[in-house]
Design a protein around this ligand. Structure first.
Ligand SMILES: Nc1ncnc2c1ncn2[C@@H]1O[C@H](COP(=O)(O)OP(=O)(O)OP(=O)(O)O)[C@@H](O)[C@H]1O
Ligand SMILES: [Mg+2]
Length: 419
């Protein structure tokens, strides 16, 4: 019988055989450090070129980056911000994800303040909102307080009640003026606009026109489904460029896989794209199968890659042969469908989409809607979108209709029925 220590050593053996220190895949680009992202980031040359050409101009721009769930919006935005931070002189570039309940001005304000660690006003705003201020600001405040000891004028950091700024847009403008004394260009990237419902987003953009027309550059990201084209084109004319991130082609997906594998190889074992061993422990065939199944969606490649390696480790397989790959695909399907926390309605709708192949307003029947106590297709959209967030379904990239299909992770090719 194996002891836990033996099992740990065995797990190490298989990773040694693969030449990998760990499983390299990640679900979200938020989890990656700037250095890691720089090593992993692949492709999107045309889109980057477009953005960087714009950024070289003097006039500030507002750029909207959109694409389906898991397509790489966060990775793209963070990479742009990273390049600007590293390369663009006198440029302040900041990334922030829009949290539920947060308005755009507050997000912009926090993003900007975080990049101004030496600015007392910026740090004061952060502290007021209950966010960590830079060490320097805290130290400085402590010293000042000590100097005024007994005067009763200063309140301490710890006891001041947290509050939102009353006029975040005005605070942002004031901070922007201060920041422009030191920088020539200020770029604020606000990610995750899509996690709101479309009406809220429309209202938010309408309310925050002043912010978007301020003297900062803005990058915003969202889904094509929620940020409908009328907002972009007709309604407000708020954006100078709307950039769609499309699925990656197979060559780029393959290179992305190599980059991920290289990121967990010792330096001397890192491979070039054209080396046959570049995708090891995948074979050429299974690497291409992984790319094909992921359909150019980076998150799918990451998730499926991760499930395949986990299964291979469990099987003790030194190489990902087609059989091991298939076992990984089945494992992914099992794990994803067996996710805890799916409601009965979600399970029913998932089965329905798996059964039909594609579910849309056209193909759903009244009887099916009735099963989840609804009367119209749009009432089940939140259920469908929730299943998309869990990578169980994907929304088909059609702008005319709202159509859902199983994600590549839960679509095991059915074996032929017995004759
Ligand atoms: N160009 C790329 N190069 C390398 N890895 C990428 C690239 N684009 C995305 N990824 C990886 O794919 C995964 C999903 O990407 P990301 O989190 O950026 O998607 P997203 O579009 O922001 O998703 P969501 O819609 O859920 O916000 C992450 O692990 C990310 O690092
Ligand atoms: Mg994202």
């Amino acid at each position: 019988m194996s002891t836990p220590d033996d099992l740990w050593a065995q797990a190490g053996d298989i990773f040694d055989a693969w030449g990998l220190s760990e499983i390299p895949f990640t679900e979200s680009a938020v989890e990656l450090g700037q250095k890691q992202l720089r090593q992993l980031f692949t492709g999107r040359e045309n889109e980057l070129r477009q953005v960087f050409n714009l950024v070289r101009g003097r006039e500030r721009k507002r750029i909207f980056v959109y694409g389906w769930v898991g397509i790489g919006k966060t990775a793209f935005l963070r990479e742009i911000i990273g390049v600007l931070e590293r390369k663009a002189p006198k440029t302040l570039a900041s990334y922030i994800s829009l949290l539920p309940g947060m308005d755009l001005s507050t997000a912009a304000l926090i993003g900007l303040a975080r990049k101004l660690p030496k600015d007392d006003y910026a740090q004061h705003l952060l502290t007021q909102m209950g966010l960590p201020a830079s060490q320097r600001a805290v130290e400085k405040k402590t010293t000042v307080k000590a100097g005024l000891s007994g005067s009763g004028v200063e309140t301490t950091e710890e006891t001041s009640p947290f509050s939102r700024p009353l006029y975040p847009a005005a605070s942002f403008e004031a901070l922007l003026d201060r920041a422009y004394q030191k920088f020539d260009r200020i770029v604020i990237g606000i990610d995750d606009l899509e996690k709101r419902n479309p009406d809220l987003i429309r209202q938010m953009l309408r309310d925050e026109q002043g912010l978007l027309k301020s003297n900062a550059w803005f990058f915003l990201t969202g889904h094509p489904a929620t940020i409908t084209h009328d907002i972009l084109a007709r309604e407000l004319g708020l954006f100078d460029l709307a950039l769609e991130l499309k699925p990656l082609d197979q060559t780029t997906s393959y290179r992305m896989l190599v980059n991920y594998l290289n990121s967990v190889r010792p330096k001397e074992k890192q491979r070039d794209y054209d080396e046959l061993q570049a995708v090891w422990p995948f074979t050429q065939d299974t690497a291409r199968e992984l790319c094909a199944r992921s359909e150019g969606i980076p998150r799918m490649l990451n998730r499926l890659g991760s499930y395949v390696l986990l299964k291979a480790a469990e099987l003790g397989a030194p190489m990902i042969t087609p059989d091991v790959f298939q076992a990984g695909v089945e494992f992914a399907d099992q794990q994803l469908r067996g996710q805890s926390g799916l409601t009965i309605e979600e399970m029913y709708i998932l089965e329905l989409v798996l059964d039909k192949g594609v579910l849309s307003d056209e193909s759903v029947t009244l009887e099916e809607l009735d099963k989840v106590r609804t009367k119209e297709f749009r009432e089940i959209l939140p259920i469908l979108d929730n299943l998309v967030q869990r990578d169980l379904l994907k929304r088909l990239p059609s702008e005319r209709a709202t159509e859902y299909a199983p994600s590549p992770l839960v679509r095991i090719p059915k074996s032929d029925p017995p004759v």
